[in-house]
Design a protein around this ligand. Sequence first.
Ligand code: ATP
Ligand code: MG
Length: 387
Amino acid sequence: LDSIVLLKLGELVLKGMNRRKFEERLIGNLKRKLYPLGRFHIYSAQSVIFVEPLGECDMDAATELCSKTFGVISLARAYCCDKTPEAILARVLETLSDDMRSAKSFKVESRRSDKRFPLTSIQLSQYIGGELNDAFPECKVDVHNPELKIVAEVRDNLAYVHGGNIRGAGGLPVGSSGRAVALLSGGIDSPVAIHMMARRGLNIIPLHFISPPYTSELAKEKVLSLAKILLPWCEKLVVHLVKFTRIQEEIRSNCPEELFTIISRRFMARIAERLARYHGAGSIITGESLGQVASQTQAAIAVSEECVSLPVLRPLIGLDKSEIVIRARELGTLETSELPYEDCCTVFTPRHPKTNPRLQEILDAESVLDIEYLIDEAYASMELVEV
Ligand code: ATP
Ligand code: MG
C-alpha cells in the first residue's frame, strides 16, 4: 500500500443518532464517485474515513474527488510504510522534504493505536523531530503555531505519515437533506446557487428551459457544460430540458408586455413544482438575489412563487453580484456562464418590466391563457440528459 486518503467528517459528527446514517451516505457517495478510478476499500473508524486503494488506483484523482465531496471538513493524503521508527522517518523524508524546505517552522505529532510499538507517541515525535531538525536546520520546531504539521500514525498493520490536513468541501453529504429541483439557466447565478444547496445535502434535479428556435443549440450545450462542472459536487446530475417556446409566444401575444418576465417565471415555477412532486423533491432552488433585476424585487418574488406550494430556496438572496461572481470564479463556472448565448428570458425581455406587480393584475393577465394545457404540453416535451 503506497498511500491512502484520510477524511475528517464535518458537521455531521454533531448529528447524534443520525450520525451513522450521514456517515453511510457519505461513504456511499464516495464509493460511487471513486468507482471509475479503480477498486477501493472505504470505511470509517474513530470518526475518520479511510480511502484505501486495492491495487492500481489513480490516487491523485481520488484525492481531488474527495476534496469535492460534501460532508468532509478536511482531508489528507497519507503515505504508508512499515511500522518501524526508521521506516517512518524515511517515508517522511521521501514525501515531505519539499514541504520542510519551504516551511519556516514545523512540529511532529504522533499517534499509535498499536501499543506494542517500541516507542511511545512522544518518543516517536521526538525521534522524527530531532532527525528533521538536523536535516533541515532552516525550519524551526514550533509546537504552538507551526506552519507545517507532520503527522505520523502507527496503526494495527501499518504506519503512515502526512503533512497535515487540507480544507475539505464542508457541508453535508449530498442526499442527506433530500431532493430539490433547481432552475438552472446559463447565467452566472444559478450554478452558484446549486453548488450552495448541494453543499447543504440536497440531491439536485436540474431543470432548464429552452426556447428553440429563439435559443440556439449552443445555449443548451452551455447549460450542459455548466452541469458537467457541477457534477463532482452533486454526485449525479440529470438535466431536464423543457421546451418553453410555446408558453413564451402565448404570453407575448396575450399579456401586457411589462408583465412578461414575471408571468414566465410563474410558469417556470409551476413546471418545476410538477417535476418536484414527481421525484418527491421538497423544494425549488433558484439563483435569484434581492433587487438584482426587475423580476427579483420583493413584490415580484412574492408574485412569482404565489402559484406554487413548495418552498422556493434562494441561497443568493443576500449576496451582491460581485460576491456571486467571486464564487462562480472559484467554482470554475464563471467563464462558461459568460459565453454570450441567448437565454430564453433574454429573447423576450420587456423594455419596461414592472418592478411592483400586484397579484390581481397578474391573475387577470393570465386568465386569458390555458395554463393547464400549456404546462402539460411543456412538461410532455421534457428531455433528459445525464451529464
Ligand atoms: P442567472 O444568471 O443565474 O440566470 P440572472 O441574474 O440572469 O441569474 P434571471 O435571468 O432573472 O437572473 O433568472 C433568475 C433565476 O431564474 C435564475 O437564477 C434561474 O434559477 C431561473 N432561470 C432563469 N432562466 C432560466 C432558464 N432558461 N431555465 C431554467 N431556469 C431559469
Ligand atoms: Mg439568467
